[in-house]
Design a protein around this ligand. Structure first.
Ligand code: ATP
Length: 327
């Protein structure tokens, strides 16, 4: 081991995501393997500012791989957006003699890491922990797979009721700016239609489909709605359909925060374990200020700036699949 890294800190920040604990566990155990000391920082950047650190050893993360949420807790911290806040965070890191920091979070967390590392000489490594899957430089984020599995499981149950009563259900899933969750939930749940923030597909097209459904003998019962789509929320869409086609009885279900919780899927646990392991190795290898991810199942490292500013787009082929299979 050729590094001067002896003590590292790990934190989770922004919205919690299933698999964050698996990532923390991987960091702690990989670091222990290389005889590094690990400090868990509680409540994200807030804990960094307040010096809320606790030494973590391998046994401290026992039985956490299966738990949703984050054992380190998370927070939104306005103070870290200021130079004074980041100076306090630097002082805390100095007080604990920290040589490298691993942050697990989304775009906001990476933005904080970018500013901090432009001002101070302590290397940061970022891991993509967010259910939204909207981070450039990784095919999947930690938490995304669990989140879509939760949504699909809920829709499967709703479908039983929908087809028994001949009702049209509008199911709202998360995704204010990006339709990754809605796209994959729509495909996997066999939704008859899916509203995405990225496409212009709208209410007129839906009404047309519904008018044709009877002719095509199609049972039309599930519509997936990304919260950030351009046509309004699920309630608005349900109301519009009922006003235009009074023979349709509509219902709305918002999956909401159910999508954030729960035990992580095997895929999220494996992703988190791989990236947690690679994050510690990156610090040992002297790699500084990179956001890690997997692209085509291979490790990828992006600058924080790229990860924040480059847009990860929906795969057009997947959108085509979504639409064609819904016919
Ligand atoms: P999610 O995608 O789940 O919302 P996130 O990491 O994007 O996760 P945010 O709340 O946007 O969540 O950001 C987390 C924290 O990162 C913020 O509370 C703040 O402390 C820090 N942060 C966000 N933006 C900035 C910024 N412009 N400068 C410095 N720090 C920032």
């Amino acid at each position: 081991m050729s590094s001067e890294i002896n003590r590292i800190a790990v934190l989770t920040s922004g919205g919690d995501a299933p698999g964050m604990n698996a990532a923390i566990r991987a960091v702690v155990r990989t670091a222990s393997h290389f005889d590094l000391h690990v400090y868990g920082v509680f409540e994200g950047y807030k804990g960094l500012i307040e010096g809320n650190f606790k030494r973590l050893e391998s046994r401290d993360v026992a039985n956490t791989i299966l738990r949703g949420g984050t054992i380190l807790k998370t927070a939104r911290c306005e103070e870290f957006k200021t130079e004074e806040g980041r100076k306090k965070a630097y002082d805390s890191l100095m007080a604990y003699d920290i040589d490298g920091v691993i942050v697990i979070g989304g775009n906001g967390t990476y933005t904080g890491a970018k500013y901090f590392t432009e001002e101070y000489d302590i290397p940061f490594i970022g891991l993509p922990g967010t259910i939204d899957n909207d981070i450039y430089g990784t095919d999947f984020t930690i938490g995304f797979d669990t989140s879509i599995n939760t949504a699909v499981e809920a829709i499967d149950k709703i479908r039983d009721t929908a087809s028994s009563h001949n009702r049209l259900f509008f199911i709202e899933v998360m995704g204010r700016h990006a339709g990754f969750i809605a796209l994959e939930t729509g495909i996997a749940s066999g939704a008859a239609a899916t509203f995405l923030p990225e496409t212009d597909w709208g209410i007129d097209e839906l009404l047309k489909m519904l008018r044709n459904a009877a002719i095509r003998k199609k049972l039309f019962n599930i519509v997936v709605v990304a919260e950030g789509n351009k046509n309004g929320d699920a309630h608005t869409l349900a109301k519009l359909v009922h006003e235009n086609l009074t023979n349709y009885e509509t219902r709305v279900t918002t999956i909401g925060h159910l999508q954030r919780g729960g035990s992580p899927s095997a895929a999220d646990r494996v992703l988190a374990s791989r990236l947690g392991f690679e994050a510690v190795n990156a610090l040992i290898d002297g790699i500084e200020n990179k956001a890690l991810g997997l692209v085509h199942n291979k490790l990828n490292r992006e600058s924080f700036n790229n990860a924040i500013t480059k847009k990860k787009s929906l795969d057009n082929r997947m959108v085509e699949i979504l639409n064609i299979l819904a016919m």
